[in-house]
Design a protein around this ligand. Structure first.
Ligand SMILES: Nc1ncnc2c1ncn2[C@@H]1O[C@H](COP(=O)(O)OP(=O)(O)OP(=O)(O)O)[C@@H](O)[C@H]1O
Ligand SMILES: [Mg+2]
Length: 323
């Protein structure tokens, strides 16, 4: 029924669950999903070994001792009359990995895009490494930004990886990575190439440096897109469903890269539907429902004590049996 992953955690096998391996015999979908949720919660229990707990306590202490890398305060976003984000508040410490989960349309991408200022929030405050930008909305449809001159700095500090890679088709792999280094950071060609090669080697793509995106698989293209962000040395990496455009057999190579970055101490805010991965790699998981932050907890807590029926329903809907 269950297998053990490389860290010794018990995991639910998609195939076992899909085959009905965790049913109580009734074979109904809801039974299968509930059993899978129980299993994930139990898995989290198994992680509560003294060493892990001590590490978690140290982690929590460190989080409170260091200023946050990212602070999002009462952030709201409306498109016309429709409010998409409602007073979202959370913080991230250096080296934290936070997964952002929630149903389709709950505002996950909009939140990432606001943090990166690809969208202008309607109101609220975003602070990155102590620099803040506030947005006030005095009249409907009219927002005022304080410190708007800092937006390019925010973009540099928050690198975004998109679902569809967004590589330039007419540039080689190395050209895709050096472009922003040259134009945004003003790096000379030689230095930009060295930085690009270092980033490409971190995602295992250095040997493909002269290929064009059309000559790569989706997984390879996404790894190049990750290298492109990595090379800019952002303070926070924002991932918006980085594997959802990939064929299933290519998902693993991209998740492996993200896991390595996390293990190396990168600060990562990740939107994903890969719940098992999110649980394993994240320090916290944030659940958004209709633009409202409904739960912000350690993964084991989210699985063990969903804060609302909506969280429970969501966990049921994304369980492997439903995939
Ligand atoms: N530019 C826009 N103009 C108007 N409405 C928008 C715009 N961008 C997003 N929305 C709406 O905002 C809501 C949240 O969208 P968003 O893309 O943030 O959701 P999501 O949680 O990322 O969903 P998914 O899981 O499907 O990617 C949706 O109802 C969407 O239609
Ligand atoms: Mg989205």
């Amino acid at each position: 029924m269950s297998v053990t992953d490389s860290k010794g955690y018990r995991i639910v096998s998609r195939r076992c669950v899909a085959d009905g391996g965790v049913t109580d015999g009734s074979g109904s979908d809801s039974h299968i999903r509930q059993a899978a949720i129980n299993e994930l919660a139990q898995t989290s229990d198994n992680r509560a070994q003294p060493g892990v707990e001590k590490m978690q306590a140290e982690w929590d202490r460190a989080r409170h001792d260091t200023p946050p890398v990212l602070e999002v305060h009462e952030l709201s976003k409306a498109f016309g009359a429709v409010r998409i984000l409602n007073d979202v508040t959370f913080q991230m410490a250096e080296g934290e990995v936070v997964s952002l989960v929630g149903a389709s349309g709950s505002g996950k991408s909009t939140l990432l895009r606001c943090i990166n200022f690809l969208e202008t929030p309607t109101s609220g405050r975003i602070e990155v490494m102590g620099d803040a930008i506030s947005i006030t909305s005095n009249r409907p449809g009219k927002s005022e930004i304080t410190n708007a001159a800092k937006i390019p700095l925010f973009r540099k500090r928050t690198g975004m990886v998109f679902q569809n890679f967004n590589l330039w088709p007419h540039r080689t792999v190395i050209g895709n990575v050096t472009e922003a280094l040259a134009y945004v950071l003003g790096k000379a060609k030689r230095e930009a190439e060295d930085m690009a090669l270092l980033a490409l080697s971190k995602v295992g793509m250095a040997e493909f440096r002269d290929r064009y995106p059309s000559q790569l698989s989706g997984g390879q293209q996404q790894r190049v897109a990750i290298a492109r962000v990595l090379a800019m040395r952002p303070k926070i990496m924002l991932f918006d469903e980085p594997t959802s455009a990939l064929d299933p057999e290519l998902v693993g190579e991209v998740l492996k890269v993200i896991r390595t970055l996390a293990e190396e101490g990168a600060t990562i805010l990740l939107v994903t539907h890969e719940m098992r991965f999110a649980r394993d790699v994240s320090n916290r998981m944030i659940f958004l429902r209709e633009g409202i932050l409904e739960q912000d907890d350690a993964p084991e807590e989210l699985f063990r004590n969903p804060a609302s029926e909506a969280v429970k329903r969501f966990l049921s809907s994304v369980m492997p049996a439903a995939a």
